[in-house]
Design a protein. Structure first.
Length: 633
C-alpha cells in the first residue's frame, strides 16, 4: 500500500518523492511524534495544574459568590466616598448644625471602613466553597487556553521552522551543485518548487498534524464553532504558502549570504510574528493601513474565534468601506486575498529566478501590475469608516465629530507614502540593469528600431517600456505615476470631500492644494533622481558597482537631513534649506508657494542634467569596439 502511494506521489511530483525519501526515516518520524506528544502533554498538565482546589480564593472569577461580594464592596466604597466628601465639606463650614453632624459622620465612616475590611478578608483570605465554584466555566476557559496555546505554537513552528528548513535546503543544494541539475531537469519550475514546499518541512507538518486531534477537541470543548476552527486552519495553511513562497524566493536571490541565509530569513519571520502578535493581543487596531500587515499573521483570526469579554477588534475591519470583518466568510476572503497577492508575486519572481539565477526577479510589465495591485491593498485598508472624537478648541473636552473621506486618508497618507517608497526602491533595485546588459542593449538597439514603424520607429518607446535590458527610468516613472495618481485625485477633490469642514485634520487644507500637488511632484522628481543616480553607478566599469549604487542612494537620502539636523537648521526657520534636502515636505508649510515652485524647478534641472550625463554614457557604451578603438577610448 505504501509503495503504491509513493508511486502515485512520484508520478505527480518527482521532486516531492525525492524530498520525502530523504526525510521520512523511522528515527526522524519517531522523534517528530515524540516532540509533538510531549508538547501536548506539557500543555495539558500545565493547564490542569491550575484546577481550583479547596484553597481557591473567594475573589476568583470562577467563584459564584464573588460577584455579590464585589458589588457590595463597590456600594460600600461609594458610600464611603460620599461620607468623606460630606466630612470635608462640613469641616470648612461656619454653620454649627453642619459641624454637629461631623461626629456622626465619622462614626459612619469608621463603620463603613470596618465593613470594607471584613469584605476584603472574605474575598482575599477566605476560600470559595467547592459547590460554588463554576467548574463548567473553568473547563470551558481552560480548553480555550489550550486551544490558543496550541494555535500559537502551530504558527511559530510552521512559519519559523519551515522557513528555516526551506532556505537552508536551497542553500545546501546550491553549495553541492545539485540545484543546477534541477534547473536542467524536464520538470517545470512550479513542480520542483511545489515539491520542495511540501516535502522539505514534512517533519514540521508531522509535528503539527499529530497535535491536531487535541487542538480540535479543545476548540470544540471551548464551544468554538467547527466552521470557525476550519477557517483558522485555512488561514494557517494560506500563511504557510505565503511565507514559504517568499522564503524560497529569498533563498534564490540571497546566495551571497551563504550559510547565514536560513538564520536571517527565519529570524526576520520570527521578528515579524512576534511584533504583530504583540500588537494583535495588546493594541489591536484594524482601522488603518497597518491592518494589511496584521492580517499576514494568522493569529489575527484567534481574536475572532475566542471572544470572551468584549467584541474582537478584528470585527471592525473594512476594505473599501465593506465591513468584511462582521462575518466569518468576509474575514476569511480578506485574509485569502491578502495572502493571494503576495503569493502570486512571489511565485512570479521564483519562476523567473529559478531558471535564470542572474536575471531580474520581475520584468517591467510585471512591475506595473505589482504596483497597481498593492495600491489596491493600500487604499482598500485606508478607506474605512471609524467613529472618532476631535478636540474642542473652545475648551478642554473632546466633542463628537463626523469625519469624512479626508480623515482616513489624512491619517494614513504617511503610511501610504512609506510603503510606496519601500516598494519603489525595491523595484529600482530589481529593474535597473548593469553595465554589460545596457551595453548589449545600446549596441544592438538600432536593429530593433529599424523594424518599428511610424511613431514607434521614431521614438522606440517599447524598448524603454518593455525591454528588460533597457534602463529602468521610464518604467520607474510609470510606476511612480501609478502610485501617486490616487493621492493626486484625493488632493484635487479634498475640499469637496471635506463635507464636515474638519480643517484641523485636513492636510490639504493646512498647506494648500497647490503645495500638496507640489509635494507629490517633489516626491516623483526625487525618486527619478535616485533612479538616475543608481543607473549611473551601475554603468561604472568597477566590479563593485552595486555597492556604489546602494551607497550613493543611501548617502543621497540620509546625509542632507542629517547635516541639517546636526546644524540645528529647523524647517520653520529655514524652509528653503529643507526644500533642497531629501525631505522637502518638512519645509512646504513654512515656505512661500513661489519659493516652493523655484525649488522644484531646480530639482527638475538637476534631473535633466543627470539624464544628459546618462545618455552620453549610454551612447559611448553602445559604440562598436572598432569605433571605440579608433576614437582611442
Amino acid at each position: 500500500m505504501m509503495l503504491k502511494w509513493l508511486d502515485k506521489i512520484g508520478d505527480w511530483n518527482p521532486q516531492l518523492l525525492r524530498e520525502l525519501k530523504g526525510r521520512l526515516k523511522p528515527v526522524n518520524i519517531l522523534i517528530a511524534l515524540a516532540i509533538s506528544l510531549v508538547t501536548q502533554l506539557g500543555t495539558y498538565i500545565y493547564q490542569i495544574s491550575e484546577l481550583p482546589s479547596k484553597t481557591y480564593a473567594m475573589s476568583g472569577i470562577y467563584c459564584n459568590l464573588a460577584d455579590g461580594y464585589q458589588q457590595n464592596r463597590t456600594f460600600l466604597n461609594q458610600s464611603l466616598e460620599q461620607v468623606n466628601s460630606k466630612i470635608n465639606s462640613y469641616s470648612g463650614s461656619l454653620n454649627s448644625d453642619l459641624l454637629a453632624k461631623i461626629p456622626d459622620l465619622k462614626l459612619e465612616q469608621k463603620s463603613l471602613k470596618q465593613q470594607i475590611d471584613n469584605l476584603d478578608k472574605i474575598l482575599y483570605q477566605s476560600s470559595c466553597p467547592a459547590e460554588q465554584i463554576n467548574m463548567q466555566m473553568w473547563w470551558q476557559d481552560h480548553w480555550k487556553y489550550i486551544f490558543m496555546t496550541l494555535s500559537v505554537m502551530f504558527i511559530f513552528t510552521l512559519l519559523v521552522a519551515g522557513t528555516y528548513l526551506l532556505i537552508n535546503n536551497l542553500g545546501q543544494e546550491e553549495r553541492r551543485g545539485t540545484l543546477n541539475f534541477l534547473r536542467l531537469s524536464p520538470q517545470s519550475e512550479t513542480s520542483i518548487l511545489t515539491g520542495k514546499m511540501l516535502g522539505v518541512p514534512i517533519l514540521v507538518y508531522l509535528i503539527v498534524l499529530a497535535a491536531i486531534p487535541l487542538h480540535l477537541l479543545s476548540g470544540i470543548a471551548a464551544q468554538i464553532p467547527f466552521t470557525s476552527i476550519l477557517a483558522f486552519y485555512i488561514v494557517l495553511a494560506a500563511s504557510c504558502v505565503f511565507f514559504y513562497s517568499n522564503a524560497l524566493l529569498f533563498g534564490l536571490i540571497s546566495r551571497w549570504f551563504s550559510g547565514f541565509q536560513p538564520w536571517l530569513g527565519s529570524g526576520l519571520v520570527l521578528l515579524f510574528v512576534c511584533v504583530t502578535l504583540q500588537t494583535l493581543f495588546y493594541s489591536a487596531d484594524f482601522r488603518n493601513l497597518l491592518a494589511w500587515l496584521s492580517l499576514l499573521n494568522p493569529a489575527s483570526m484567534l481574536g475572532y474565534l475566542t471572544p470572551r469579554y468584549q467584541e474582537p477588534a478584528i470585527q471592525e475591519i473594512q476594505f473599501f468601506y465593506l465591513p468584511l470583518g462582521k462575518n466569518l466568510i468576509g474575514l476569511l476572503a480578506l485574509h485569502l486575498f491578502n495572502y493571494g497577492v503576495g503569493i502570486y508575486w512571489a511565485w512570479e519572481g521564483m519562476k523567473r529566478r529559478f531558471r535564470n539565477p542572474d536575471g531580474a526577479i520581475l520584468n517591467k510589465v510585471q512591475s506595473y501590475l505589482l504596483v497597481t495591485s498593492y495600491q489596491v491593498i493600500f487604499w482598500g485598508f485606508t478607506l474605512q469608516y471609524s467613529d472618532n472624537y476631535c478636540p474642542d478648541y473652545r475648551g478642554s473636552q473632546s466633542i463628537p465629530c463626523y469625519y469624512d473621506l479626508n480623515y482616513q486618508i489624512g491619517q494614513n497618507w504617511g503610511l501610504i507614502a512609506f510603503f510606496n517608497i519601500m516598494l519603489l526602491l525595491s523595484l529600482l533595485v530589481i529593474l535597473s540593469p548593469h553595465r554589460q546588459t545596457i551595453q548589449d542593449w545600446a549596441r544592438y538597439r538600432h536593429e530593433k528600431v529599424a523594424n518599428f514603424q511610424g511613431f514607434w520607429r521614431k521614438f522606440a518607446l517599447t524598448d524603454w517600456l518593455v525591454d528588460e535590458k533597457s534602463p529602468a527610468l521610464l518604467a520607474m516613472l510609470i510606476n511612480l505615476a501609478i502610485a501617486t495618481t490616487p493621492l493626486l485625485v484625493w488632493i484635487v477633490l479634498a475640499p469637496m470631500l471635506n463635507t464636515h469642514h474638519n480643517n484641523a485634520i485636513n492636510w490639504v487644507n493646512e498647506i494648500g492644494r497647490l503645495k500638496a500637488i507640489l509635494a507629490v511632484a517633489f516626491f516623483i522628481s526625487l525618486m527619478m533622481i535616485y533612479a538616475t543616480l543608481a543607473q549611473l553607478m551601475l554603468m561604472m566599469k568597477t566590479s563593485n558597482r552595486s555597492m556604489w549604487a546602494v551607497g550613493t542612494i543611501v548617502a543621497a537620502v540620509f546625509l542632507p537631513p542629517l547635516f541639517l539636523g546636526i546644524l540645528n537648521i529647523k524647517p520653520a526657520a529655514y524652509p528653503v534649506a529643507w526644500l533642497f534636502s531629501t525631505f522637502p515636505w518638512a519645509g512646504l508649510e513654512y515656505a512661500a508657494t513661489s519659493t516652493v515652485f523655484k525649488a522644484f524647478i531646480a530639482e527638475l534641472t538637476v534631473l535633466i542634467l543627470l539624464n544628459i550625463k546618462l545618455a552620453k554614457q549610454m551612447k559611448l557604451a553602445g559604440e562598436s569596439a572598432t569605433k571605440a578603438l579608433l576614437a582611442k577610448r
